[in-house]
Design a protein. Structure first.
Length: 258
């Protein structure tokens, strides 16, 4: 099967399922998970000439941001399949099984999904009793679009298992557009920033782009965690390595509590 994946989480899953050789095209954000594969697009657009050259049997996408692109691909006659955005880490495991099913690797998908469920259970059984109130945000490459996880996000679940209390956990939606006044009023004890690796976002650059954040005591106390993208470094990544990100956050937050 000739597969194009435009979502990093799906690309990571395909490689783990042993389907890396079947990948004939990926998005620019997938390169950490499938190095050397032809880039045919981004999250929200494709280079139609390159996609045509790839001759995919199926194009895989992630819902929410990529819904519009999925519909356009269908209009253009491509066989496209869109996975739901997980509302918990259990949804990440379900998507792994789904990727296996639609690409002829059903058994491999189920085995990996079961492994992820075991790790989620273990994280739940060992989660810290004492939590830290945190403000978490994902910054898009344009630096103007920012989102925080709400109650219906896999990232909120990851934060909980990491020992964090998400300030937007009471919002019954996947993502929230954070307002500075709300964040300041919530008085988070730590700040977590997740960005794409290609942005090379440092603490200094983040503070420059987000001047109001300096008003937080957490910033004064240097309780700022930067996740710079890639496996185990991306809170906005609904793929298998979100488990490693959760473990990393748990370790970092533990240092702040002691």
């Amino acid at each position: 099967m000739r597969i194009v994946s435009l979502a990093p989480a799906i690309t990571e899953t395909l490689v783990l399922l042993g389907a890396g050789d079947e990948l004939v095209g990926v998005s620019v954000y997938c390169r950490d998970y499938a190095p050397g594969k032809p880039v045919v697009g981004t999250y929200i657009s494709v280079i139609w000439r390159r996609l045509e050259q790839a001759r995919p049997d199926i194009v895989l996408l992630q819902d929410y941001v990529q819904r519009g692109l999925y519909e356009e691909l269908r209009r253009q006659g491509y066989r496209a399949y869109i996975l739901p955005l997980p509302s918990s880490l259990h949804g990440v495991a379900e998507n792994v099984a789904a990727v296996g099913a639609v690409t002829g690797r059903r058994l491999e998908g189920l085995v990996l999904a079961e492994k992820l469920e075991d790790e989620i259970t273990q994280l739940g059984e060992t989660k810290p009793e004492k939590t830290m109130r945190v403000y978490a945000e994902y910054i898009w490459p344009d630096y103007t679009t920012r989102m925080s996880p709400g109650a219906l996000s896999f990232a909120d679940h990851a934060l909980r298992l990491a020992g964090a209390e998400n300030i937007y956990a009471g919002e019954p939606r996947a993502f929230v557009e954070p307002r500075p006044e709300d964040v300041i009023a919530a008085e988070p004890e730590a700040v977590i920033v997740s960005a794409e690796k290609l942005m090379n976002l440092t603490k200094e650059k983040y503070l420059e782009k987000t001047p109001w954040i300096r008003r937080l005591r957490a910033i004064e106390e240097d309780k700022l965690i930067m996740l710079r993208g890639g496996p185990g470094q991306d809170l906005a990544h609904p793929g298998p390595s979100i488990i490693e990100t959760t473990k990393k956050l748990r370790t970092l937050l533990k240092k702040y509590r002691t």
